[in-house]
Structures are given as structure tokens and as C-alpha cells.
Write a protein that binds this ligand. Structure first.
Ligand code: ADP
Ligand code: ADP
Length: 543
């Protein structure tokens, strides 16, 4: 009711009282229940265009996708007395959504939907990749698509033995193969490496040639930019309400999101704009003391060999790791952590304490977030330093009383990062910390990793496929090259400019800068700028 008592008493801001303009109330498209999340407006997709959905986690992107897929019938806010289709259709009169819902309600709109979390799919689908894809190849494009997405070598594998990245690609392929009117992709890039992200984006973009409706929710800004023609911004109070902006062209839409201000609606939804640096920053603290150095190492598995070149990491330093999936990044991390021993070694090469966040995190913890973090942080948990630097900075303060197994993917990721950084260690290893995080959480995560490593005089390795996020996290870059699944080479750490150039040369992608926000944008293959940058060997930092 807004009496103000509970808000003051309520710990962790778990209750928020929201006063929204009355006009907006008339634009509620869905509400889950009393005091539950409310979505205002809906995006209007157009055939022959990829519409990107951009916004914080918990502002209703998945809800929107579920509405457009027909899984949720929009109740216009009346959860206790939900309207029938005719009323919903009348409500959207005059908008393209009227026709959309008319067709959807009578089963005349065929929709395919790639869900956000692919991890759960093997539990409901069985058989080999080939069997699965053959079943859904309604467009007869499977052989081209398996070539395009490089799936040939996994066709005979059982779906339940695939890695997260392989599974993501197979599910994207399965959606693209279907002959539908509408294609909805919820976070297609999680677990994919940079080359795979671009390939998946191309496969999705090909759908617009056939005048299909395509909607994609995505947090990797470079990929969203590459993928979309138009963008809708979701803003509001995560978990409480979300508002959908009008449709904008992709360049403007992403710039508006970064600015935090929507001019045509006169709405400021973030106080500070998000800005990018054009030049690689020089570290502001002296990197002098070596924390760990490693010699040439090899690690051989049946069918795979990793060669590690010598290198070193300093106190206070964050080394970003870039490279394709299956090239041995996790293996290197495990060698450093002492979980695996190099060939011909009997003991771990160092005696440092390591804290490790794996790529795939499990929610199988019986207990609350607070229990989990208390066990990791020990006595430090009660300190104000911990509250500010870890709990608040990583936005996990409001999650403390939640049960770990109930968390969403993004929430679980933040808790796993917090737990990793809570443990006292010399070396922190974080494998794909951005999976399921939104843009702002990615930037917050980058900042927290840097500050903790600095404060503890520790060092960190961060494996990350979001190139823009990597630019924020890393002081230096370690690039992995070779033949995925067969042989990998771990190069020595290099300064950011050199590392980015080395990596992007391999994947043949160049970035230009948006003149307004300085954000990196993927150049069109073979465009004038692409050719020029390749010629001068500047793939990322170009003014
Ligand atoms: P996004 O995709 O932008 O992260 P979602 O649409 O998944 O956002 O979720 C928006 C909010 O709606 C979240 O706070 C979520 O907990 C809530 N929510 C989602 N599904 C339900 C449901 N079935 N019942 C109640 N609340 C829900
Ligand atoms: P990345 O982290 O770069 O994706 P990984 O280090 O996880 O790559 O794996 C590199 C290769 O080594 C893959 O082909 C993987 O199947 C193989 N591999 C990893 N661990 C083992 C293991 N314990 N036994 C056999 N092969 C393994």
C-alpha cells in the first residue's frame, strides 16, 4: 500500500513500492499473479526483419518470447479473470499484433522457439544428433546447415553426451531446419565461442530472406548488433515490472540502451551511460611481482593434446583467455589449478591456492545462497568490505535468502562468481562468467573481478567469449590456437592490443567503433573497412 513501514524494515530491499503513471496501467500486457511481475506493452515484430530484445535480466524478455510463442496467453494484467482470445485481439486492434494473435489463436501461425536454457534438453530428447535433426528438417537444408555450423563430426553422437556449446548449436540448427512463420531465439550465444556465435548469427539471419518473423533476446552486444535489424529495449525494475520500448533501428537502439535514455519516450532508465574505451588502458598499478610462472607443458588425452608455451601472471593481474571451444582452455585451467597433472609430472607444479568457477555450474546445492556464501567466505562474510565489494557489487545481496536450486541461470551465475571470489586464494580461475548475465551484470562482474584481485594481491584467469566483455576484464590476453578437439596451443599472455589482433585474425573478424558511443561493432565481411583493417593488422583498437 505504500505505508512506508515495511520498506524501511524490510532487509535487502526485498519489497519495493512502485508508482507508475496511470496511463501505463492501461498498457499492461501480462501479469503472473497478485504482487507478481508485470509486463507493459509488447514488441511488434515485422516479417523479413530480425528483432533483437535488449535489457536487464528480469525485465520480461523471456515472458515476451513465451507470449509470442503462444505458451503464455497475455492476460492484460487480469490474472484473476483472464480475457479470452477475442478480447485480446480487440485490445491489440490497429497494431500488427492484432493479426499476429488472430493467427496464433487459431493455430495458423507456426512458431519455433529456442529456449534460454539448453542444458535441460537432453533430459527430454533422446537419440543421436543426426536422428534428432533428421526428424525436424522440414526445409530440407540439413546438409548445408551441418556444414555451415560445423556439426558433421558430432552427428553420430548421442544428444546427452554433447558439451553445452555443441548442444546450443544443435538446438539452433533444429529450430532453423523447421518450416515455420515465426522463429524465437532466447539467448542463442551462451556457451558458443566467437566463431560459432558468428556462424549461428548468420544461420539465423538467413531466415529473413524468406520473410520470416525472427525475434532474438541476446546479451552479447557485438552479436546482437550483428544479428538484428531492429531492437526493442526492455527497462523497468527487474523482477517487479518491465516496459517494452518502441522498435528502433539496430544502431540507434543499442546506442539508446547504452545511453540509458529513450528520446522518443523521454524516459531515462539508467543514471549513467555505459561508455567504452577506444585504446587499451594501461594498467594503473605497477605489475612487478610475478605470482606464478609456468614452463612449457603438455597434456595428452586420448585423441587430444595441449601444448602450453611458457608464461607468467603477476600479482593483481587479470589474464583473459580467448579461443575456440574444445581447444584446451579448461584443460589449461585445470593444469594451473592442479586438478590435472601435466604429462610426465607427479606433483602439481606450484603450491598456490586456487579458487575455480567452472563453465557449467550446478544448482544442486541444498541450502540458501547465504549458507553457500558464508561457507565460502568464512568470517569475512560479516565484514562491511565483503558486503560492499562482493554482495552489493555483484547484485547478490537480495538473493541471500533464496534457495540455490530455485535461482534463474543469471542469478546462479552471479552466486557462483561470488562464491569463487569469496574464497581466499592466490589464483582465481573463472570459466565463462558471462553466461546468462545481462550487459550491466557483465560489466559489474568485470569490475568486481578486477577489484578483488587487486585488493587481495591475487591474480585471475578468465575464459570469456564475449569479446566486448573480455576487453573490460582483461589486463593481458592469452590466446589458444590449433585444431579444436585434436590439438591446442596455449600462447604466452600478450598485451591487449596484440592479443586481440592475434585472436581476431584467426577468426577473421574486424571491429569498427560507433562514432557516438565508441562501442565496438563487427565489420561486414569484405567491407572496405574490414579489408583495410586486415591489411594494417588492426582488428579491434582502431580510432
Ligand atoms: P528476462 O527474460 O528479461 O530475464 P523473464 O521474462 O524471464 O525476464 O522474467 C521476468 C520476471 O517474471 C522475473 O522476475 C521472473 O521471476 C518472473 N516470472 C517468470 N515466470 C513466472 C511465473 N510463471 N510466475 C511468476 N513469476 C514469473
Ligand atoms: P575448451 O575448454 O577449450 O572448450 P577443453 O579443455 O574442455 O576445451 O577440452 C579440450 C579437448 O580435450 C576436448 O576435445 C575434450 O573432449 C578433451 N578432453 C578434456 N578433458 C578430457 C578428459 N578428462 N579425457 C579425455 N579427453 C578430454
Amino acid at each position: 500500500s505504500g505505508c512506508g513501514i515495511c520498506v524501511k524494515k524490510c532487509p535487502f530491499k526485498a519489497i519495493s513500492i512502485v508508482n507508475l503513471p496511470d496511463e501505463l496501467e492501461e498498457e499492461c500486457s501480462h501479469r503472473y499473479g497478485p504482487n507478481a511481475f508485470k509486463l507493459y506493452r509488447l514488441p511488434v515484430p515485422s516479417p523479413g526483419m530480425v528483432l533483437g530484445l535488449l535489457g536487464k535480466n528480469g525485465t520480461g524478455k523471456t515472458t515476451t518470447i513465451r507470449i509470442l510463442s503462444g505458451k503464455i496467453k497475455p492476460n492484460l494484467g487480469r490474472y484473476d479473470n483472464p480475457p479470452d482470445w477475442p478480447e485480446i485481439i480487440t485490445y491489440y486492434r490497429g497494431s500488427p499484433l492484432q493479426q499476429y494473435f488472430e493467427k496464433l489463436s487459431v493455430g495458423k501461425l507456426k512458431v519455433v522457439h529456442k529456449p534460454q536454457y539448453v542444458d535441460a534438453i537432453p533430459r527430454v530428447v533422446s537419440g543421436t544428433v543426426k536422428e534428432l535433426l533428421n526428424r525436424v528438417d522440414e526445409r530440407g537444408i540439413l546438409s548445408d546447415l551441418t556444414e555451415e555450423l560445423n556439426l558433421k563430426h558430432i552427428l553420430d553422437r548421442d544428444v546427452n553426451v554433447l558439451s553445452g556449446g555443441e548442444l546450443q548449436l544443435v538446438v539452433i540448427a533444429a529450430c532453423v531446419c523447421r518450416d515455420a512463420d515465426v522463429y524465437l531465439f532466447d539467448e542463442p550465444s551462451s556457451y558458443l565461442d566467437v566463431r560459432q556465435r558468428i556462424k549461428a548469427a548468420k544461420a539465423i539471419r538467413n531466415l529473413v530472406k524468406e520473410d520470416k518473423i525472427v525475434v532474438v533476446a541476446e546479451h552479447d552486444l557485438a552479436i546482437l548488433d550483428y544479428l538484428s535489424d531492429q531492437v526493442c529495449i526492455f527497462y523497468g525494475k527487474p523482477g517487479v515490472y518491465g516496459i517494452v520500448s518502441h522498435v528502433h533501428g539496430v544502431r540507434d537502439g543499442i546506442n539508446i540502451y547504452l545511453d540509458g535514455f529513450i528520446p522518443d519516450e523521454n524516459i531515462r532508465f539508467r543514471r549513467e551511460p555505459i561508455r567504452f574505451h577506444v585504446k587499451p588502458p594501461t594498467p594503473i598499478w605497477p605489475i612487478e611481482e610475478i605470482m606464478l610462472s609456468w614452463n612449457t607443458m603438455t597434456k595428452t588425452y586420448d585423441g587430444f593434446k595441449l601444448n602450453v608455451r611458457p608464461g607468467e601472471i603477476h600479482k593483481g593481474e587479470v589474464i583473459g583467455i580467448l579461443g575456440p571451444n574444445g581447444i584446451g582452455k579448461t584443460t589449461f585451467v585445470k593444469l594451473i589449478a592442479g586438478i590435472e597433472l601435466p604429462d610426465n609430472a607427479k606433483t602439481s607444479p606450484h603450491k598456490l591456492k586456487v579458487s575455480y568457477k567452472p563453465q557449467y555450474i550446478s544448482a544442486e546445492y541444498e541450502g540458501s545462497v547465504k549458507d553457500l556464501l558464508k561457507a565460502a567466505a568464512n568470517t569475512e562474510f560479516e565484514t562491511s568490505w565483503y558486503k560492499v565489494e562482493i554482495l552489493r557489487s555483484l547484485h547478490v545481496e537480495s538473493l541471500l535468502d533464496r534457495i540455490v536450486s530455485d535461482l534463474s541461470g543469471g542469478e546462479l551465475q552471479l552466486v557462483a562468481i561470488a562464491a569463487c571470489l569469496s574464497r581466499r586464494a592466490d589464483i582465481y580461475l573463472l570459466d565463462e562468467p558471462s553466461a546468462y548475465l545481462d550487459v550491466e551484470e557483465r560489466l559489474a562482474m568485470a569490475r568486481v573481478i578486477k577489484r578483488i584481485v587487486e585488493a587481495r594481491e591475487a591474480a585471475a584467469f578468465v575464459v570469456e567469449h564475449d569479446v566486448v566483455a573480455q576487453d573490460f576484464i582483461a589486463d593481458r590476453l592469452m590466446v589458444f590456437t590449433g585444431k579444436p578437439g585434436v590439438e591446442g596451443v596455449a600462447m604466452p599472455p600478450k598485451p591487449l592490443r596484440e592479443g586481440m589482433n592475434l585472436f581476431l585474425k584467426e577468426v577473421e573478424i574486424t571491429f569498427r567503433r560507433d562514432p557516438k558511443t565508441k562501442r565496438p561493432r563487427v565489420n561486414k565481411e569484405n567491407s572496405k573497412l574490414d579489408r583495410y583493417q586486415k591489411e594494417i593488422g588492426e582488428y579491434y583498437y582502431i580510432e
